[in-house]
Design a protein around this ligand. Structure first.
Ligand code: CA
Length: 231
């Protein structure tokens, strides 16, 4: 049995699929829009997400990108067309597998089991922990340590640090952080990012004036670097 989240707006697909997957022993939750799906994926931590690409509020590929920035949950994408370029794109964007509509519950169930058999970290079982200098960020346990000492972060601070850790050494704009970490694509206030960055800095024992890991690039954004590399 797995805990599945099905993100699908089409009721004529969603209802029978939820029923069929439950009959196969899975615990299934469903979301009809991208934003509720994203929220449920982060709040409920399902074992696997089945994601429809054609959603009313946001393109499914965009949702996949946002989800991948903050979560390693396995994702199977349901595409309407057997379009090789599209399939390559979603696999490159971090999908674990795909099904082409129309598909049967039996086929989806087999793919769910195959993806889950690979276990966390993909087929090689590689460790997703990111190490930057003395900083260790483990996205699976959502734990952070600095020079061997645990650092207690709020979920938002963790997500912020984790996103910066996917782009070590690069300047990440506040706009991108608002989109990827806060899921506020437009009109968010940079101040939100500044406030959380200052809290994160304090917990890492540094300040904007004397940065070690988190370097502000004025007017552009922020980048995470190892103190040995310097900024
Ligand atoms: Ca759809």
């Amino acid at each position: 049995m797995a805990r599945l989240l099905l993100i699908e707006d089409d009721l004529t697909i969603r209802t029978p699929l939820v029923r069929a997957l439950r009959e196969r022993g899975h615990a299934v939750a469903a979301a009809a829009t991208a934003m509720t799906g994203l929220r449920d994926a982060l709040d409920d931590r399902p074992d696997l997400v089945v994601l429809d690409l054609g959603l009313p509020d946001l393109d499914g590929r965009e949702l996949l990108r946002m989800l991948r920035a903050v979560s390693t949950v396995p994702v199977i994408v349901a595409t309407a067309r057997d379009d090789e370029r599209e399939i390559v794109r979603v696999l490159d964007a971090g999908a674990d597998d795909y099904v082409v509509k129309p598909f049967t519950a039996a086929q989806l169930d087999a793919r769910v089991r195959a993806v889950l058999r690979r276990g966390p970290g993909g087929p090689t079982g590689e460790d997703p922990t990111v190490v930057v200098g003395g900083l260790r960020i483990d996205p699976r346990s959502r734990q952070v340590s600095l020079d061997g000492e645990p650092v207690e972060l709020t979920p938002r601070e963790f997500d912020l640090l984790r996103h910066l850790a996917t782009r070590v050494g690069e300047v990440v704009t506040k706009r991108e952080l608002l989109t990827e970490v806060w899921q506020i694509p437009y009109g968010g206030a940079d101040k939100t990012v500044d406030v959380h960055l200052s809290w994160l800095r304090r917990k890492l024992g540094e300040s904007a004036q004397q940065p070690r890991y988190l370097h502000t690039v004025r007017g552009v954004g922020v980048r995470l670097v190892s103190p040995e590399v310097g900024g």
